[in-house]
Design a protein around this ligand. Structure first.
Ligand SMILES: [Zn+2]
Ligand SMILES: [Zn+2]
Length: 146
């Protein structure tokens, strides 16, 4: 039995495989540290801290990081906020709320179709819907009679 073990361990091929395996794990070790550092930075977590954790606790630190890392990257957060802002802008551009019945009305409605409240007045010159308290039409610069 010890003969076989001795043959295997004494084989130059075994040494080579052993060295390659060690090299492989060292490369993986540093790759994981680098990956955790970069990933944590992208997610707004402390990159240097998680890099250190993965260096001190190989693979265990990495597993812990996978569990506790922020679910979104900073780009995801920025993108989502941008989407919300765009949606809000679109909403506030096209729609208004009737001050009387609070139903959604379009910005150029002259009257609320639900409760008949007067919302806007038509410009005396170009007919565009103007707010009731506007003194002048912003589209054609015509002064409005009150
Ligand atoms: Zn209304
Ligand atoms: Zn006008």
């Amino acid at each position: 039995m010890s003969d076989i073990v001795g043959q295997i361990t004494g084989n130059p091929l075994f040494g080579l495989i052993r060295n390659l395996t060690a090299l492989f794990f060292i490369v993986i070790y540093f790759a994981v540290i680098f990956w955790a550092w970069r990933d944590a930075n992208r997610r707004g977590a402390m990159g240097w801290f998680w890099g250190l954790v993965c260096a001190v606790f190989p693979f265990v630190g990495w597993l812990v990081y996978l569990v506790v890392r922020p679910p979104e990257t900073l780009e995801d957060v920025r993108e989502r906020e941008l989407e919300i802002r765009t949606a809000e802008a679109r909403l506030s551009r096209d729609y208004d709320t009737c001050p009387s019945c609070f139903k959604p009305v379009e910005k150029d409605f002259l009257i609320c179709p639900y409760c008949m409240k007067k919302l806007r007045k038509p410009c005396v010159e170009c007919g565009k819907a103007l707010k009731l308290n506007w003194q002048v039409c912003p589209y054609c610069k015509t002064k409005q009679q009150q």
